[in-house]
Design a protein around this ligand. Structure first.
Ligand code: GDP
Length: 597
């Protein structure tokens, strides 16, 4: 009901008389009569505009409101948003109720994420609650001004970047921790990119202000430069000075979080379909699989049957973050549950289904699909697939992550790329920075369907591996016009098949010895794939490539061989290079003609 007591009805920009009559449940004759009295002669199939329809609606006691423009409706079901958000968008609006905000904490290593999470927890979790046991289940809740706030508390070190990337996806608000004595660093920028990709607002915790060399003003300047303009400079970003170590500013931070939460409208339907995100999971002796689930809609109950990826089972035991047994969990509540048959993947969506039989059927189908995907290997977004999506009207943007060799080329390269934007396809550069292509870049690309562009820079070994398993495309270039040419062609859907190298194996140099004719040779262990006598190789030392060329000799013991597989040792001599050192990596690759991206 509107304020004036009229029924609100949502109408499009234009509507036929027939459709309007159906919307209002008024006979078309009456509508045509009303139009006539207002000086409009219309037939039943005639389209009338919103203003005219609004006048008619008012005559029958309705207040007309414009329907959401198609772009917004489209964005709501946008494939770029995390799955849980898209599911939430399907809940009937009137059933939605406020729920506690879920906070993810991101930031550069050592800037104080762990200290902050511990400080908030200790300052706000009532002592004595459930015996005050500090049980880490990957999430906890605190009360501030009598309102609950949920924090995702997954380990912060570098090995957990994947989880952190997903942390941003499950969260409603990201607290970005920036140390006041260190400023904006590469992982700060990555964190921002994650938050932006997941369309999650950011609150900045300006940490370590107790440090004598803290320089908050400089950090605010840096933040403003990357689009996070502090509110005190008339921007939209709340920047809260804190010391996680001394526990100062924490209340202000919680206050800021609630303020942003109120502006964002954080809702769920506690009576709707039950689903949420897996925060973490592990096998525990005597308890089986224990998974921390964040309920994001509906109400999770013991006895419910849950599916998460290919894990399924009936919930046998459910505990809150204080390890207290509970029977029900409403939206934004983190719980640890027992009863799943395998360890689900962190970041995955879980949902409640009607029966164990249904759960098994879903899992069966997923396993089959996974096997098919594995068979076709490259699962990630390719430029070709992107073009198909553009054609089908499913997407209007090409998402890129751009890495360059030096800081100075970030700006010219991104500008050159941006210039290629067309009317039909926008280019969204999620993250651009100098340095190697890392696992973080691949994670970001994978969670946001982006393609990674490297200019004079290469992926490191870990990134390459992750990209292969996640099916993320990495394109590297050393000439700018080749790069722009490719993107331009891709945007037009004209990319030709091209030659691309495929790494087929890697060997570590364990020793260097003098071999007769070929000068020095390297005693190696193949650690990945295989080394092939007639393939090409490259010698890497740390970040540097020392040599690229051909193999002169490949030996197992004294015998010449055609190939050596992973796990075996061999001697390798190269044509035109013998300056090996222990610890070098010999990478073996072939050139294949591949389909575009
Ligand atoms: P993380 O890698 O972001 O999780 O960072 P940690 O929480 O592990 O903190 C890294 C280091 O910074 C630790 O030695 C902390 O004691 C220290 N630290 C964290 N917050 C503060 C702070 O507010 N002031 C000072 N002086 N040191 C802090």
């Amino acid at each position: 009901m509107s304020k004036s007591g009229e029924k609100v009805i949502h109408l499009p920009a234009t509507i036929s008389v027939r459709d309007l009559s159906e919307h209002l449940q008024i006979s078309p004759i009456d509508i045509i009569k009303t139009l006539m009295t207002n000086g409009v002669m219309a037939s039943i199939n005639q389209e009338i505009d919103f203003d005219t329809a609004a006048i008619v609606a008012a005559e029958f006691g309705f207040e007309a409101a414009p329907e959401a423009p198609p772009e917004i409706a489209e964005a709501e079901k946008s494939a770029d948003l995390p799955l849980w958000r898209r599911l939430l968008a399907r809940e009937p609006k009137e059933a939605l109720k406020p729920r506690p905000p879920v906070i993810g904490i991101l930031g550069h290593v050592d800037h104080g994420k762990t200290t902050l999470l511990d400080a908030i927890r200790h300052a706000n979790v009532a002592a004595g609650e459930a015996g005050g046991i500090t049980q880490h289940i990957g999430a906890y809740q605190v009360r501030h001004n009598d309102r609950l706030i949920t924090f995702i508390d997954t380990p912060g070190h570098a090995a957990f970047t994947a989880m952190r990337a997903r942390g941003a996806q499950g969260a409603d608000i990201v607290v970005l921790v920036v140390a006041a004595d260190d400023g904006v660093m590469p992982q700060t920028r990555e964190a921002i990119a994650h938050a932006r990709a997941a369309q999650v607002p950011i609150v900045v915790a300006l940490n370590k202000i107790d440090r004598p060399n803290a320089n908050p003003e400089r950090v605010k300047q840096q933040l403003a430069e990357i689009g996070l303009v502090p509110d005190e400079w008339d921007g939209d970003t709340l920047v809260v000075p804190i010391s996680a170590k001394e526990g100062t500013g924490l209340d202000d931070l919680l206050e800021a979080i609630l303020l942003v939460a109120d502006n964002t409208g954080i809702l769920a339907n506690p009576n709707g379909k039950t689903f949420g995100t897996v925060i973490e999971a592990r096998q525990e002796r005597g308890r089986g699989v224990v998974a921390t689930l964040l309920v994001q809609n509906g109400t999770l109950k013991t006895g419910d049957v849950v599916v998460a990826g290919t894990a399924q089972g009936r919930i046998k035991g459910m505990f809150d973050y204080n390890n207290k047994p509970i029977k029900k969990a409403t939206p934004s509540t983190p719980v640890s549950v027992m009863g799943l048959d395998e360890i689900p993947v962190a970041g995955e969506l879980f949902e409640v289904v009607a029966s164990t039989r249904e759960a098994r059927a879903i899992v069966e189908e997923r396993k089959q699909r996974a096997a098919e995907a594995e068979a076709s290997r490259r699962r990630g977004m390719t430029l070709e697939q992107l073009f198909a999506k553009v054609e089908a009207g499913e997407t209007q943007e090409l998402r890129l992550i751009v890495k360059t060799d030096v800081q100075g080329s970030v700006e010219p390269v991104t500008t050159a790329i941006k210039e290629l934007e067309t009317e039909n396809v926008g280019i969204n550069i999620l993250h651009a920075d100098a340095g190697n292509i890392t696992e973080n870049d691949v994670m970001l690309a994978s969670t946001s369907d982006a393609i990674i562009i490297g200019f004079n820079t290469q992926p490191d070994a870990a990134a390459r591996k992750l990209a292969e398993s996640e099916g993320v495309s990495i394109r590297t270039y050393d000439i700018i016009y080749r790069l722009t040419e490719d993107i331009e062609k891709a945007l037009k859907g004209l990319l030709e098949p091209e030659e691309q190298e495929v790494v087929i194996g890697r060997a570590n140099v364990l020793a260097v010895f003098q071999a007769s004719k070929v000068g020095k040779a390297a005693g190696c262990r193949v650690v990945e794939g295989e080394i092939r006598r007639n393939a090409r190789v490259r010698v890497r030392r740390g970040d540097k490539v020392l040599f690229e060329g051909e193999i002169a000799s490949l030996k197992r013991h004294q015998d010449d061989v055609r190939e050596v597989r992973s796990g075996f040792e061999c001697g390798i001599g190269l044509k035109g290079f013998s300056d090996f050192a222990e610890g070098d990596v010999i990478e073996c690759f072939i050139i294949e003609t591949v389909k575009p991206l």
